[in-house]
Design a protein around this ligand. Structure first.
Ligand code: BGC
Length: 347
């Protein structure tokens, strides 16, 4: 079978590789890979140092945003042949740490977790893959290809949950939400805000292409400058990872605001910030800034429900490109208006 493979940090070695057919271990599902979605992490795994090869392997199957169809399921697995499934990205560390032992691998304490297609485990960019049923998420048949949005939706589901958990510290009745960045994470974050009945604002730098319209079709408001916001957000889902945006936003939030950071900027970027003013703003307004990464089972399950409740035409328009497996490296190069490129593993 064919698979998209990489050697982390050596983009020139990104390839389509011929790999042996996988054999499911005891209790495991055999899945036909249908689609994988590409995000900035895949670029970083290929080009920079984010990825780690599985022990003993000289290349790794890339991609962590998956959609597949079950081809074989053991009798008591809870899955049946033909079911659509998505694989959970992160797996608990082997010790395990107390968080992983409690099933909270998205809060792993010792950093020895593994992640499919990112850290020490093969990803889902292969024509067949195997998976333990406890790490497979069932997707309703009517979602079809849109199921490939489950993993990014799980990441923002966790982000929203963090805001809501923190909100419980006091009176919490948010009205205005700001999402910074109109990529797939930002747009799905905006969708979840609209589904919560909030007045949602989305900030991005592009003025044309599909993003402004996707935001408007959600019933949210699109901005290219925070000066035009017209409100003080109670909740912010930050999805750019750009320091300039993060620190600018922190000074514009409402009292008791909660800002959830989901983007990654790269370690070596520096910028001067008005640290004293930001400190005072956070303290005097009871503001909270929290980072959020990865997702747990309940976030995937909630993500599937949110996708099923959304307008399928709108979700379909998030998928901006479909590339056959043989040309998969094309998804690593993305234009500003490229929301979610996917690789068709069977084309
Ligand atoms: C993935 C997460 C992962 C994170 C860090 C993101 O792109 O969606 O599942 O935990 O990268 O590796």
């Amino acid at each position: 079978m064919k698979a998209a493979t990489v050697v982390p940090g050596k983009p020139e070695l990104a390839a389509v590789s011929e790999l042996p057919e996988p054999t499911p271990g005891p209790g495991e599902l055999l899945v036909e890979g249908l689609l994988v979605g590409a995000c900035a992490t895949d670029h970083d795994v290929t080009h920079a140092s984010h990825g780690v090869l599985p022990p003993g392997q000289d290349r790794m199957v890339l991609f962590h945003e998956s959609l597949g169809r079950v081809r074989y399921a053991p009798a008591i697995s809870g899955f049946g042949e033909g079911d659509l499934v998505v694989g959970v990205v992160r797996r608990p560390d082997p010790r395990p740490c107390p968080a992983c032992a409690a099933g909270q691998w998205d809060f792993c304490l010792n950093g020895e977790f593994t992640e499919c297609g990112i850290k020490e485990l093969d990803g889902f960019g292969a024509q067949r893959w195997t998976i333990e049923p406890r790490f497979a998420i069932k997707v309703p048949a009517r979602l079809g290809d849109l199921g490939v949005l489950t993993e990014p939706a799980s990441v923002v589901t966790k982000a929203w949950e963090q805001a809501e958990l923190i909100g419980r510290r006091a009176y919490y009745a948010p009205r205005h939400a700001l999402v910074t960045g109109a990529g797939a994470i930002g747009l799905l974050g905006a969708l979840l805000g609209v589904q919560r009945g909030l007045d949602v604002h989305v900030l991005d730098q592009v003025t044309d292409g599909p993003k402004p319209d996707l935001v408007r079709r959600l019933g949210a408001t699109y901005h290219t400058s925070l000066d035009d916001l017209g409100c003080e957000p109670d909740v912010v889902i930050e999805a750019t990872g750009a320091g300039e945006v993060v620190f600018d936003v922190l000074r514009r939030t409402a009292r008791n605001a909660i800002t959830v950071l989901t983007g990654i900027a790269g370690h070596d970027r520096t910028l001067p910030v008005p640290a004293g003013a930001i400190n005072d703003e956070l303290v005097l307004d009871n503001d909270v800034v929290v980072g959020s990464v990865n997702a747990n089972l309940r976030h995937y399950q909630q993500a599937v429900r949110s996708l099923a409740d959304a307008d399928p035409a709108w979700l379909g328009d998030l998928i901006s490109r479909r590339v056959p497996l043989d040309s998969w490296t094309e998804v690593l190069t993305r234009a500003d208006d490229d929301v979610k490129p996917v690789v068709d593993l069977q084309a």
